[in-house]
Design a protein. Structure first.
Length: 473
């Protein structure tokens, strides 16, 4: 690739004395394509602003800001703008737990009762289960959107948060399945406080933020005093509106951090190189947990361990009412991608969408190959699948589904339409293969919606080639 870029692209990141050298830089053509695709996604999905960074071999190769951090005042996003990073906080919480484990102060296979005897199901659930989202504890954020807006605007105590799920049975026996649960990471934050004798925020500062000189990382409690803070938005009834603020007491160790690109990249480097936890502990964090019933969870400790464009990927996304973010590492390419947005909408999540775009535009051959269908494709079936998916999006007809499913859609069809229509019409279906489940053939596809956006969609057909069963995601 050529090593020159337009002068309008900032290719030396300097924020408060923090600077980065660069590895191989995108060519002007690459940069033009990145700009076009990111701006296109922002327009399609109503994203006010974003800040993005790509690092290869720990060196910044691309960094740029787009759009506005404050629409009303017309203030642009800059590469040092602060964003809520939501559940990326869970990486920090997991690392704190592993620090304490490496110091001999706790054991991952201890039950929660050793540290929090009064916690729900404390004698059944281990710290390892909490880290890997395999505890079966119900998520305390499980509520309607209206209740979420109303309740989370007000402070809540730890005991009242736990009380929301204390009387509920486990969703499944610990270790048998995977289900994302903020409750688990709230409890882990409390374990850190009990074992260390320090408030969670103080522990985080003394053992992670201060040693790494992360001077631009805060909590949502600081948000109102931060001059360079992005304002969060959401798209409702055809227009952008300012998102509701979530009181910091609701997120805490499950998701209350604010940061900028440079600080988060500093954290990523330190986590991987053994500065924060031992190399063995990082391997645990970045290795998918295996459940006893459903196999791999594609999640380690505070990190998803999955793939995109056929390439292994390790990282996490973060979401709040007005923000979606993504911080992901591709080990084969030694490529780190970070995207912050001030859009809280999740269909799709803008942070991950922009990261996907950035990977594809920096690796066009890999991305193009990943969009080729597998051998053995039945093109007629693929067209049926594409038509059926579009019917799900539209919420009408369902002519490609079995009579049994059509009857069910009378009650559930609007839900699927509401979730899927914001993606825009599916542009294609990539066939990935067929697998046998309990003697039935399931055909796996990835539905495409333009650069950076896709949804896995698996179907089972009957003798008349009607869709008789399906799964999303």
């Amino acid at each position: 690739m050529k090593s020159t870029v337009p002068a309008t692209i900032v290719l030396l990141l300097s924020m408060g004395g923090r600077s980065h050298a660069f590895a191989q830089r995108p060519s002007p053509t690459d940069v033009e394509r990145i700009d076009q695709d990111i701006r296109g996604a922002m327009s399609r999905f109503h994203v006010p602003g974003t800040a993005v960074m790509a690092l290869q071999n720990e060196r910044v190769v691309f960094v740029k800001a787009y759009g506005d951090r404050d629409i009303r005042q017309g203030l642009p996003v800059k590469t040092d703008t602060l964003f809520e990073i939501g559940s990326i906080t869970k990486q920090f919480t997991a690392a704190c737990i592993l620090q304490l484990r490496d110091q001999g102060k706790l054991r991952l296979d201890d039950t929660l009762s050793v540290y929090l005897p009064d916690a729900p199901h404390a004698k059944e659930v281990t710290l390892r289960n909490l880290l890997a989202h395999t505890s079966g504890l119900h998520d305390y954020f499980d509520m309607s959107d209206a209740d979420f807006d109303e309740l989370t605007a007000h402070p809540i105590t730890y005991s009242n948060l736990i009380a929301r799920v204390a009387s509920m049975p486990l969703d499944f026996p610990p270790g048998t399945k995977w289900s994302y649960s903020n409750t688990g990471y709230l409890l882990l934050g409390r374990v850190i406080e009990v074992v260390s004798g320090e408030p969670y925020k103080d522990y985080l500062h003394q053992h992670i933020l201060d040693p790494l000189h992360m001077k631009h990382t805060y909590t949502t409690a600081d948000e109102s005093r931060l001059a360079n803070m992005a304002i969060g938005y959401r798209y409702r009834q055809g227009k952008l509106e300012r998102a509701r603020f979530i009181d910091p007491t609701w997120g805490k160790s499950a998701g209350f951090l604010i940061s900028d690109l440079a600080d988060l990249s500093r954290w990523d480097r330190a986590l991987r190189d053994g500065t924060i936890v031992s190399p063995a502990s990082y391997r645990e964090m970045s290795t998918a947990f295996i459940t006893t019933k459903n196999g791999s969870t594609d999640y380690g400790f505070g990190l998803f361990v999955d793939s995109m464009y056929g390439q292994p990927r390790i990282g996490h996304t973060g979401g709040a009412k007005g923000f979606t973010t993504a911080d992901e590492y591709y080990p084969v390419q030694k490529l780190r991608l970070i995207a912050f947005t001030n859009s809280g909408d999740t269909s799709p999540e803008a942070g991950e969408t922009i990261n996907n775009i950035l990977f594809a535009d920096l690796n066009p051959v890999l991305a193009a190959n990943a969009l080729k269908s597998a051998s053995g494709e039945d093109q007629k079936k693929t067209q049926t699948v594409l038509d059926a998916f579009r019917e799900l999006q539209g919420g009408t007809s369902y002519s490609h589904f079995s009579a049994r499913l059509r009857d069910k859609f009378a009650a559930t069809g609007s839900k699927f339409s509401a979730e899927l229509s914001p993606y825009g019409q599916a542009t294609g279906a990539v066939y990935e293969g067929v697998r046998q489940v309990n003697g039935e053939s399931w055909y796996d596809y990835v539905m495409q919606f333009g650069p950076g956006v896709s949804i896995p969609f698996s179907v089972r057909t009957d003798r008349e080639e009607m869709i008789a069963g399906f799964s999303l995601g």
